[in-house]
Write a protein that binds this ligand. Structure first.
Ligand code: SAM
Length: 289
């Protein structure tokens, strides 16, 4: 059954009296080419566990199941569960969980799935066509929880993708760019037109693959200070670093000035011009109370 065709989606909706939910970000993918790109990007093998976020009616799930040892599909909408059980019934290596990804302990889930049918799982790959309204919370939860996955391949609003991969000095560079680039290297996989979804969203999308770094790109004395620096710096991005980091960091103007001097950063610069290394250098010189 070709799950991605508009005719199949209509048929499933009618048969199960299913109504697409706008508030759950249900825009279903209808383009075989894009589905293939998402599935091919993480190079899934028969030794991998795939975690899919938001399977919908299972277009990506079935393709991933062909390549992986096992797929765990986490879907919040309980009305989609009987539909998924039907559309994916020919696969015995798919587990469907009716859960909210933001309330799911992925570390615990991976701990329970270190093996599949006696075979050791070698790596974990996360995929999904994400509901746009919670894209960044989902990504940050996975990264901050230290989930031991190799990569996260996901479709998101193009504007969010542009922010995640923005380089220092660009208009879209912000706290989220620094945070994600600190944890991952980013590869752009595809641009996706809004026309390939049912229903059609208002904006275009992009697919990115985030490869989780095995080692951090910079040395940090204290990760918390680094993230507080980023938050303060971008929280008041019009201000110079001397001003945006003062107070918000619990440090006096003098202390911030001294830290910037040792880190060899001009105190008149703004957060949007700083590289990850420069943020790290400042954070390592700041004594936060
Ligand atoms: N993967 C399907 C596709 O590509 O056609 C559906 C993608 S649709 C953009 C997003 C899916 O995520 C929907 O099925 C929606 O119900 C589900 N979803 C929304 N919020 C969720 C959450 N917090 N946890 C898990 N799934 C969620």
């Amino acid at each position: 059954m070709k799950l991605y065709t508009p005719a199949t989606i209509r048929e499933i909706k009618d048969k199960h009296d299913f109504k697409l939910s706008k508030s759950l970000g249900q825009n279903f993918l209808t383009d075989k080419n894009i589905i293939e790109k998402i599935i091919q990007a993480p190079a899934i093998t028969k030794n991998d566990l795939v975690i899919e976020i938001g399977p919908g009616i299972g277009v990506l799930t079935s393709e991933a199941a062909e390549k992986a040892a096992k797929v765990i599909a986490i879907e919040i909408d309980r009305k989609l569960i009987p539909i998924l059980e039907e559309t994916l019934k020919e696969y015995d290596n798919i587990e469907i969980l009716n859960k909210d990804i933001l309330k799911t302990d992925l570390n615990e889930l991976l701990e329970q799935n270190r093996e599949y049918k006696g075979q050791k799982i070698e790596s974990v790959k996360i995929i999904g066509n994400l509901p746009y309204y919670i894209t960044t919370p989902i990504i940050m939860k996975i990264l901050e929880d230290g989930v031991k996955a190799e990569s996260i391949t996901i479709m998101m609003q193009k504007e969010v993708a542009d922010r995640l991969k923005a380089p220092p000095g660009s208009k879209t560079y912000g706290a989220i760019s620094v945070a994600v680039q600190y944890y991952c290297t980013i590869t752009h996989i595809a641009n996706v037109s809004k026309e390939v979804f049912i229903p059609q969203p208002k904006v275009d999308s992009s697919v990115l693959r985030l490869d989780i770094r095995k080692e951090r790109p910079v040395f940090l004395k204290d990760e918390k200070v680094f993230f507080r620096c980023i938050k303060s710096g971008f929280g008041q991005r019009r201000k110079t670093l001397l001003n945006s980091l003062t107070g918000a960091m619990g440090a006096s103007k003098e202390e911030v000035g001294k830290a910037l001097e040792i880190a060899k950063i001009d105190s008149k610069r703004r957060a949007e011009t700083l590289s990850i290394e420069e943020f790290a250098n400042i954070a390592n010189e700041l004594q936060v109370k």
